[in-house]
Ligand binder design. Structure first.
Ligand SMILES: Cc1ncc(COP(=O)(O)O)c(C=O)c1O
Length: 400
């Protein structure tokens, strides 16, 4: 009998990949909506703004002009050059465009990278809480996510000390995200530099997921490439540029690693999506940058509101998010079972939020992620409903 197969025929690896709880919450929210309930979505991890109009126009024009075929596997040379220029003008980093690999989303970049770098049995060090797909990508290639619990005292991030204490002969790389999902915390250039040095000391690699770059509320956005040219970068047009559905991201790797990324890209998906690349070519104009800056300011306003409103309800926010569009709230005064808590909140108030259990194990039952991807009036309405609901919970508790 083939040991890699389960009774149902699914591969062992596929059965070890956990589904997103948030998808179950989303499905339930949609079902309630279909029954006529007014649902406020604070669970969704994508901007509520459409792709800026000039980018849509550029894609439509390109499609009409017949650009409907494959591009090179590494992406359009013109877009790789535009991205290199963006690194130069925005971050002061000089980059050979040949090092930029365009992919179907940052997810595609992570797929290529895990395929290119991880051997069976290798470990990829990750902070818990963190973006859950990372460890699953490792698993697909018979490697493992090495989860290191990290609390608010470390901004829920990996530190050089974490790397020192946990690095093993099988650890190949540490992956951090800045700004991070689900916490929105940001690593400074000094912190990134120290992490890169520590990874090097173990002959390992530092991978930095910069997918939320540009959505920064405290300091200006940065890239690890300013301090560590040997770090691997993952990024995407999904979040800051408002292009989740177009599926376009990129990786920055060493020149020597480009041929293997090229071969893998050719085999795994032939090329990144062509219309998306034409839209992205129009992303770096002053006009689009102005639109994106206005949106960033709107998100900042929502963030400030939640940071004031959530503690009034009994949620603690020990580390304010400095980026992305999430608040990772400590709900330990209210629950130790975030999954059923979120499920009850949805059913009893119509507010959809994501339980901490989606992002790891460490104190996950006590945390909830609020995405501020909904306009301020709806955020206020959501907080009002939660306030009333928590009040009834307290009264019921007192009456018992
Ligand atoms: C931290 C992080 N990395 C990567 C991704 C993947 O995004 P995409 O494939 O749309 O670029 C996401 C999506 O939510 C994310 O939150």
């Amino acid at each position: 009998m083939n040991k890699m197969r389960t009774m149902s025929g699914s591969s062992q690896r596929s059965t070890e990949i956990r589904p997103f709880q948030v998808m179950a919450i989303l499905a339930e929210a949609q079902a309630l909506q279909a029954q006529g309930h007014d649902i406020i979505h604070l669970e969704v991890g994508e901007p509520d703004f459409p792709t800026p109009e000039p980018m849509i126009e550029a894609a439509v024009t390109a499609l009409r002009a017949g650009h409907t075929g494959y591009t090179p596997a590494l992406g359009l040379p013109a877009l790789r050059e535009k991205l290199a220029e963006y690194y130069e003008t925005r971050f002061g980093v000089t980059l050979n465009p040949a090092r930029i690999v365009l992919t179907p989303g940052a997810s595609g970049a992570l797929l290529l990278l895990t395929a290119a770098r991880l051997n069976p049995g290798d470990q990829l060090m990750l902070a818990d809480p963190g973006y859950p797909c990372n460890r699953h990508f490792a698993r697909v290639f018979e490697a493992h996510g090495q989860l290191v619990p990290s609390g608010p005292e470390y901004k829920y991030q990996l530190t050089p000390q974490h790397l020192r204490d946990n690095w093993q002969p099988t650890t190949k790389a540490a992956l951090v995200a800045s700004p991070a999902n689900p916490t929105g915390t940001v690593l400074s250039l000094g912190e990134l530099d120290a992490l890169a040095q520590e990874a090097r000391a173990h002959n390992g690699e530092l991978w930095v997921d910069e997918i939320y770059q540009g959505l920064n509320y405290a300091d200006k956005p940065e890239t690890v490439l300013s301090v560590a040219d040997d770090a691997v970068v993952l990024n995407s047009f999904s979040k800051f540029f408002g292009m989740t559905g177009w599926r376009l991201g990129w990786a920055v790797v060493q020149e020597a690693d480009v041929p293997v990324m090229d071969t893998l890209a050719q085999n795994l998906f032939l090329a990144p999506p062509t219309p998306a690349q034409h839209a992205a070519l129009a992303a770096f104009t002053p006009e689009v940058m102005t639109i994106l800056e206005e949106r960033r300011q709107i998100l900042a306003e929502r963030r400030d509101y939640l940071l004031q409103a959530l503690p009034e309800l009994g949620f603690e926010v020990p580390v304010a998010p400095e980026g992305a569009f999430y608040v990772y709230a400590d709900a330990s005064r209210l629950t130790s079972d975030s999954l059923s808590f979120c499920s009850r909140i949805l059913r009893e108030t119509g507010v959809a939020v994501t339980p901490g259990v989606d992002f790891g194990d460490y104190r996950a039952g006590e945390h909830i992620r609020f995405a501020f991807t909904t306009g301020l009036p709806r955020l206020k309405e959501a907080m009002g409903r939660l306030k009333d609901w928590l009040e009834t919970q307290r009264l019921e508790g007192d009456g018992r």
